[in-house]
Design a protein around this ligand. Structure first.
Ligand code: BES
Ligand code: MN
Ligand code: ZN
Length: 503
């Protein structure tokens, strides 16, 4: 089987014309003529860099790039100029994406070592700069190769050096790069779980993965098996899981970064429907294979826990991952069934394909009742309606509290993972009225994401600040793009880690 693609990131101070890697990537802003900083390097290439500018083949527009071959044996054999767009439009995400795209090019041409040097506007924090470049390198390098006999591109380790322009920046950049590596490794861990099929990852094997993670990073781990779920009265998780031969689980991990208190700064809840066939309200065949990604919320929560533990954040975080497989079977839950949830509230099932909310509601009310956290954030591939509303560009953000919306939006901007705030107040709750139970599990086609969020809100109440992030549109990509390989994206992992640093 193929070796895993990994990257070994370091930060170094070097003059561009002395770099000897197989590929040198230079990120430059848009200019009409060659930037002066490149003249020494240009001489090594026999004037080819200047020629590219003079011929107007490249000017540094965003996402534009040109590969220049270098005959000089004492410096890098290839130079990739990567456009960063207009200097005035700069955001940290520009160089994060440029680094990701650069390492994917390096992989393509099978370069064993790459040096990356990015221009940034004056005053940019060197630590933040190195952090985002390292993130781009690590998530850009990731590919799900586990089931391939021979993947394309370069196998195994790729060496990447982030080049400091200024020697005085080295310490700060090394610190930032370390943070970036750990955050993106958390993201990649989430992707590596999400990419596995429903045949491999079911509630039981996912729980085993979580236990392994907890052991590796010294976190507490408690798994509620089906018997324990019955004892606890977690009717929602049990109902969704009852049609599958793999019994449902509730996974709980605890990271205690504060000595003085046990109160969680944050409880994370992630939907892990290890495969969503729709249940008796079965989905059409076309596209059903993508429902292996219906566990992405839970995988993200595990990825965040890995990042938090490896960064040794001084925060307390508890993870709750309800895991079930939604399958059609003689024993499946049915439309018309009335389910008693952990909260005591009853739910009339009108569609067995609206299963995510049925497992999340038990975990959410468990968090409120037993953990008394300062805040709760859940993440879930919850509704197709969210993809209709926001496409595949942004995640939906819903909340019972404005401060948590502000904090998450700030974190999302820093992480380069866009979210969009949508409502979940009373009119949406009213759509969920039932004649025979406290509520029903669907609210009709209109505002499908908002009614799903209003359903969850019912189980959290108004006292604990809570946010729900619908990642249905962003959790996986069908084909590889500039910055990422096809499959799970781990979208929202970096945002939550940023949020935790600042909360
Ligand atoms: N897991 C799906 C949502 C989903 C759809 C995620 C497409 C990613 C891509 C969820 O469980 C679901 O089936 N939702 C239904 C809800 C409906 C029955 C009210 C949907 O969106 O169609
Ligand atoms: Mn479903
Ligand atoms: Zn689902």
């Amino acid at each position: 089987m193929a070796k895993q693609k990994t990257v070994n990131v370091s930060v170094q101070y070097k003059e561009l014309d002395t770099i000897k890697d197989e590929l040198l990537v230079v990120g430059v802003f848009e200019t009409d003529t060659m930037p002066r900083d490149l003249s020494a390097l240009d001489k090594k290439t026999g004037g080819n860099i200047k020629r590219v500018y003079d011929l107007k083949d490249f000017s540094g527009k965003a996402k534009e790039s040109v590969l220049i071959y270098n005959a000089d044996a004492k410096s890098a054999s290839r130079v990739l100029l990567a456009g960063l767009g207009k200097r005035d439009d700069f955001e940290l995400d520009t160089i994060r994406a440029a680094a990701a795209s650069a390492i994917r090019k390096a992989d393509n041409i099978k370069a064993a070592s790459v040096a990356i040097c990015m221009d940034v506007p004056k005053g940019t924090c060197p630590e933040a700069k190195a952090q985002v470049i390292a993130e781009g390198l690590v998530f850009g390098r990731y590919q799900y190769t586990e089931q391939l006999s021979s993947p394309s591109g370069k196998d195994g380790i790729l060496k990447a050096s982030i080049i400091a322009w200024n020697k005085n920046d080295l310490t700060a950049m090394r610190k930032g790069a370390k943070v970036g590596i750990l955050q993106a490794e958390g993201q990649n861990y989430s992707r590596s779980l999400a990419n596995k099929s429903g045949g491999e990852i079911n509630p039981v094997t996912l729980a085993a993965e979580a236990r392994k993670l907890a052991r590796k990073f010294g976190m507490k781990c408690k798994i509620f098996d089906d018997k324990e779920l019955v004892k606890q009265g977690m009717g929602g998780i049990l109902a969704v899981g009852q049609g599958s031969v793999s019994k449902p689980r509730l996974i709980m991990l605890e990271y205690n970064g504060k000595k003085a208190t046990k109160t969680p700064d944050l409880v994370l809840v992630g939907k892990a429907v290890t495969f969503d066939s729709g249940g008796l309200c079965i989905k059409p065949g076309a596209g059903m294979h993508d429902m292996k990604f219906d566990k992405s919320g839970g995988c993200n929560v595990l990825g965040i826990m890995q990042a938090v533990a490896s960064l040794k954040l001084a925060k307390n975080v508890v993870a709750l991952v309800p895991a079930a497989e939604n399958m059609p079977d003689g024993n499946s839950y049915r439309p018309g069934d009335i389910i008693k949830t952990y909260s005591g509230k009853t739910v009339e099932i009108q569609n067995t394909d609206a299963e995510g909310r049925m497992i999340l509601c038990d975990a959410l009310s468990y968090a409120v009742k037993n953990l008394k956290p300062k805040a709760i954030v859940d993440m879930a591939t919850l509704t197709g309606a969210c993809i209709i509303a926001l496409g595949t560009h942004k995640a939906g953000l819903f909340a019972n509290n404005d401060d948590i919306v502000t904090a998450l939006k700030t974190a999302s901007a820093a992480a380069g993972e866009p979210v969009w705030h949508l409502p979940c107040d009373k009119p949406y709750r009213d759509q969920l009225k039932s004649e025979c139970a406290d509520m029903r599990n669907i609210g009709g086609r209109d505002g499908g994401s908002a009614t799903a969020a209003a359903f969850l809100r019912e189980f959290v109440g108004e006292d604990v600040p809570w946010a729900h992030i619908d990642i249905a549109g962003v959790s996986d990509i069908k084909t590889s793009n500039d910055t990422m390989a096809a499959g799970g994206t781990g979208f929202i992992v970096r945002t939550i880690v940023e949020y935790l640093k600042n909360c």
